[in-house]
Design a protein around this ligand. Structure first.
Ligand code: AMP
Length: 221
């Protein structure tokens, strides 16, 4: 099963994508995480991406498309994958369509998490993740079960994203509005878009997603 997650920053794409990956044995692909790994490694790509990410803008399409083309060929994508953070604009969506058809892949569903902009800034301010395994948390509504210890891998080291500050968040929201939101009508026309209410509690959002996937599986056989 191949899934695209859409939604503004802070809507919960990462959390739900990690959950689905575990449940269905498919690969979670976060282009943001891939770029942050490049920045950490101080690679050429990382050097190119860092300033753009800190400004809340989009890294060039050609770089992102070739990154994804390579990534979906990895072994862990054989059962399928979840794209979290890609595509981010129409050019990337068209390149992805081409890649799916060239590689004989099917796009099963596009899930869009809907959350009001007013709620996003606070959500983002509270979030942090495990430095070892990347599991996502939020200090307001999704803390680790034991304080200071990752539920998934037991690590005690956590990180806060550099671009999760109010100023960059406003720029990221504007980028989402202008460049990513037009993907909703694009996928709606292809009849594969499902809107999920992302304001609910994490488990309830997960349940709504599971119901959509169940329906899709029955429809698509
Ligand atoms: P994310 O973790 O998905 O919020 O991404 C963090 C930042 O990485 C974004 O604000 C962009 O600067 C960059 N980025 C992630 N995915 C993409 C993409 N598909 N295209 C361009 N830039 C991206």
């Amino acid at each position: 099963m191949n899934i695209i997650f859409l939604g503004p920053p802070g809507a919960g794409k990462g959390t739900q994508s990690q959950r689905l990956a575990k449940k269905y044995g498919i690969a979670p692909i976060s282009t943001g995480d891939m770029l942050r790994a490049e920045v950490k490694a101080n690679s050429e790509i990382g050097k190119q991406a860092q300033e753009i990410m800190n400004a809340g803008q989009l890294v060039p399409d050609s770089l992102m498309v070739s990154m994804i083309q390579k990534r979906v060929k990895a072994d862990d994508c054989k059962n399928g994958f979840i794209l979290d953070g890609f595509p981010r604009n129409l050019e990337q969506a068209k390149a992805l369509d081409k890649m799916f058809s060239e590689q004989n892949l099917t796009l099963n569903v596009v899930l869009s998490l809907k959350v009001d902009e007013s709620a996003l800034a606070d959500r983002i301010a509270g979030r942090f993740s495990c430095a070892q395994c990347g599991a996502s948390y939020n200090k307001y509504f999704n803390k680790p079960k034991h304080e200071g210890e990752c539920d998934s891998c037991g690590s005690h080291e956590f990180i806060h994203r550099k671009d999760d500050n109010r100023e960059t968040v406003l720029a990221r929201l504007e980028t989402y509005r202008n460049q990513t939101a037009p993907l909703l009508p694009y996928y709606e026309k292809k009849n594969c878009l499902f809107i999920i209410d992302g304001t609910k509690d994490i488990n309830e959002v997960g349940q709504e997603i599971d119901e959509v996937l169940k329906k899709i599986r029955i429809q698509q056989g």
